[in-house]
Design a binder for this molecule. Structure first.
Ligand code: SF4
Length: 737
């Protein structure tokens, strides 16, 4: 086989969190190169998502827009300067970017597992892959041998659970004297056969669990990075690192790094059991809370709970009994993460598909999966959710997009827009687990026409339905209203009807409706922290900027706000968890040596400023790709803002009628005398106007032109150094209002 190609290199030690090297692979040319990171790039882009964005930006041709399936689409993976810090909770993340098949803009996805840190300790801060291989390949980055190579995948399977197992076994080394192996230092990135045939293919990042003697899989779920990966004909990427400890980061100030890590970890160990019980049930604690506040997507986001209480079967107390070895706090997707929230089901016997009857380890389910493929589909058997979770992962399908898109299909089916003839015989009504599994297996096989239409996501399904099913204008509008996608990306799993700030938190994101940019529902709806447009706009700057910081550094954000200090509520800004913000400033300073300022405010502002520069750069990147304008932030599906159907209005009539009392200045009696169609219509008009006003307020705060939605030149000039301003100028100068 002539495909094999190898590069030997001198492994660069990590110094103050950085190797200052990036790895560039071109699969078409079969070339492997290491490059130095320019100081000025490091200063602005920091690492993680920042490095990914810059590597993409400099590699794409400037004279045309590249589509997701062109060889030039760069797939990038990076950790960050704080990624791989063994003593700090959540410091093991990798960030993946590419041009998304769903959105045609840059998607970024933050994922656990050990790959990013192992790649860094093997000598590279970031990886960029362009081109397409002629044959299926495996890329190996082996820091123990100081070699990177591309080899034919041969007869390897593509299912992720098999790949993780086989490649971890293949690339570990065994010490001849002690007989110990180093498989914990091997991590595998893979997608799956579902990613070959869908636009929402995800990537699985494996980590070896020495106590369970098994591989776990964590997902870079959003936006189809797995689809891009398979389109490049990659079967897997393996990182094999030398062994590491806190000293391997060579921090500027090791004692302080240790101290702040110990402080944060001890606080988690002390308080987690009184707060969210993440160590016992992880994010599975959320369905009950979301249900209580009417926020748990149910029946395609129609309701925030099942009104007959069926969603109780998906709550944390149920999963606590399903997870294996609950309560032992074993399952950290990073070494030394005190939260250890990543639970699993061992020896789960599969009931369907090619592995029917086999017992497997299923990592999860997490909240988003429970809500997305459980309550949102009317599937209330918790073990059915585990089965869907397993197959989505091993096939390389994003559980969020799969669940949200199938919810749309099920509602269309029940509304008569689809029938069995159109769905190739599948009875896709809510609650049908067998049909859910069947469509998923059909995607993996890549044969059934309807399964393949479905697998392109809601945005493309809407177009297909319109052109192929002779929809009436009402049906077309209905599909637009209930299809929970924006910018092409399916919504993640929160009901936003009663939180205008979160409607913006989804609609005014850079990449599409994923809550990792801004999760404001509770602050807005429950705590009423942001009553005015000004407050909401302020939050829609601070939180997206702040949350960006985690992805620049290779960090998980859960330790920031899922366990908070006992006295957090007495602080001046409890929603920001100020004590933890200061921890992160200290950690950043002690690892990188970059000073953050003296006063707490200066230190917070420094972190946010760092992130703001990259956040705004990503917006310009979307502009460069032909999007990132006001129009792209508008037209959110109405179901994310209010009740689409009269049935929905009636189900929460008391709430909506009371709101009309305020909006119209009438008495409740007067409101109730109005026909329900009228009340429903006024509610819609009002809510759509509110979103437009919010958009204006946020644009003002972010420094964006109101009409075009593109950053103002004077703001851009102040934000970036001259060299970067000159880079972005050609893409923004003609789009000023
Ligand atoms: S908090 Fe949970 S998701 Fe985050 S790194 Fe720790 S174990 Fe992983």
């Amino acid at each position: 086989m002539c495909l094999s190609v190898k590069m030997s290199y001198k492994r660069q030690d990590v110094m103050k969190g950085y190797t200052d090297k990036t790895l560039h692979i071109d699969l078409a040319k079969l070339s492997i190169e290491e490059n130095d990171v320019d100081k000025k790039v490091r200063e602005i882009f920091i690492g993680g998502k920042g490095y990914d964005l810059w590597l993409m930006w400099e590699s794409l041709p400037k004279n045309r827009i590249v589509k997701w399936d062109e060889p030039e689409n760069p797939l990038c993976i990076a950790s960050g300067p704080l990624g791989g810090t063994t003593g700090y909770p959540g410091a093991g993340k990798s960030i993946v970017t590419a041009i998304s098949p769903l959105t045609d803009i840059v998607i970024d996805s933050n994922v656990g597992g050990f790959f990013g840190p192992w790649m860094k300790y093997s000598g590279f801060d970031a990886l960029r892959i362009v081109g397409k291989a002629k044959e299926p390949v495996v890329i190996v980055i082996d820091g123990t041998q100081e070699k990177v190579w591309i080899e034919p995948a041969g007869d390897l399977p593509t299912e992720s659970h098999l790949l993780a197992e086989q490649l971890n076994e293949k690339y570990r080394t065994i010490d001849k004297e002690t007989g110990k192996d180093d498989r914990i230092f091997v991590s595998v990135v893979s997608a799956g056969p579902g990613a070959d045939h869908s636009y929402f293919g995800c990537l699985n990042f494996s980590w070896w669990d020495n106590r369970r003697k098994a591989n776990h899989l964590k997902q870079a779920g959003r936006g189809g990075t797995g689809t891009v990966f398979r389109n490049k004909n990659i079967v897997a990427i393996v990182a094999h690192s030398p062994s590491v400890n806190l000293e391997s980061q060579h921090p500027k100030d090791q004692d302080t790094a240790k101290q702040v890590g110990r402080k944060h970890s001890q606080e988690i160990l002390k308080l987690d059991s009184e707060q969210n019980k993440m160590r016992v049930i992880g994010t599975a604690h959320l369905p009950s809370i979301m249900s209580e506040f009417d926020l748990l997507p149910t029946y395609n986001f129609k309701y925030g709970r099942d009104d007959d209480g069926k969603d109780k079967t998906l709550w944390g107390d149920v999963y606590e009994k399903i997870f294996t070895n609950t309560g032992k706090g074993w399952d950290g997707c990073w070494r030394g993460c005190a939260i250890n929230c990543s639970h699993c089901v061992e020896a789960f016997e599969l009931k369907t598909g090619p592995y029917k009857g086999q017992k497997v380890l299923v990592d999860g389910p997490e909240y988003e999966t429970i809500a997305g493929v459980g309550s949102n589909l009317g599937i209330f058997d918790p073990l059915h959710v585990v089965e869907i979770n397993f197959y989505c992962d091993t096939y390389g399908l994003d559980t969020i997009s799969f669940g949200t898109a199938l919810g749309f299909v099920m509602e269309c089916y029940e509304a008569g827009i689809l029938d069995k003839e159109k769905t190739s015989g599948l009875d896709l009504k809510f609650g049908n687990f067998e049909a859910t599994m069947e469509i998923m297996h059909r995607i993996a096989l890549g044969k059934d026409e309807f399964a393949l239409v479905f697998a392109r996501g809601i945005k493309k399904m809407k177009k297909y339905f319109k052109s192929n099913y002779n929809l009436t204008p009402e049906q077309e509008q209905f599909c637009q209203d209930i299809g929970m996608e924006h910018k092409g990306l399916e919504y993640s799993e929160y009901i936003t009807k009663e939180s205008l700030a979160q409607q913006g938190g989804y609609g005014l994101t850079l990449k599409g409706p994923q809550h990792d940019e801004a999760w404001l529902i509770f602050l807005d709806m429950v705590h009423n922290y942001m009553p005015t447009f000004e407050n909401k706009a302020e939050a829609l700057c601070w939180f997206p900027y702040w949350r960006t910081w985690f992805s620049l550094n290779g960090l998980c954000k859960l330790p920031w706000n899922d366990v908070v200090p006992e006295d957090n509520k007495d602080s001046d800004a409890p929603h920001k968890v100020p004590d933890h913000v200061q921890n992160y400033a200290t950690l950043f300073e002690s690892i990188t040596g970059v000073p953050m300022g003296k006063t707490p405010q200066e230190r917070e502002d420094s972190l946010v400023h760092i992130s703001q520069r990259v956040y705004q750069f990503q917006r310009v990147f979307q502009v460069r790709l032909g999007h990132g304008r006001r129009i792209d932030d508008s037209n959110i599906p109405y179901r994310s803002a209010g009740p689409v159907t009269l049935e929905e209005y009636e189900s929460r009539m008391e709430r909506y009628d009371k709101q009309l009392v305020e909006i119209l200045g009438k008495t409740l009696e007067e409101v109730q005398k109005m026909p329900i169609e009228k009340r429903h219509g006024i509610t819609r008009k009002h809510r759509e106007e509110q979103y437009n006003k919010l958009q204006d307020a946020v644009y003002e705060k972010r420094g964006w032109n109101h009409k075009s939605g593109v950053i103002k030149l004077d703001i851009a000039k102040k934000l970036w150094p001259e060299w970067l301003f000159n880079e972005v100028l050609p893409f923004i100068k003609d789009l000023q209002d």
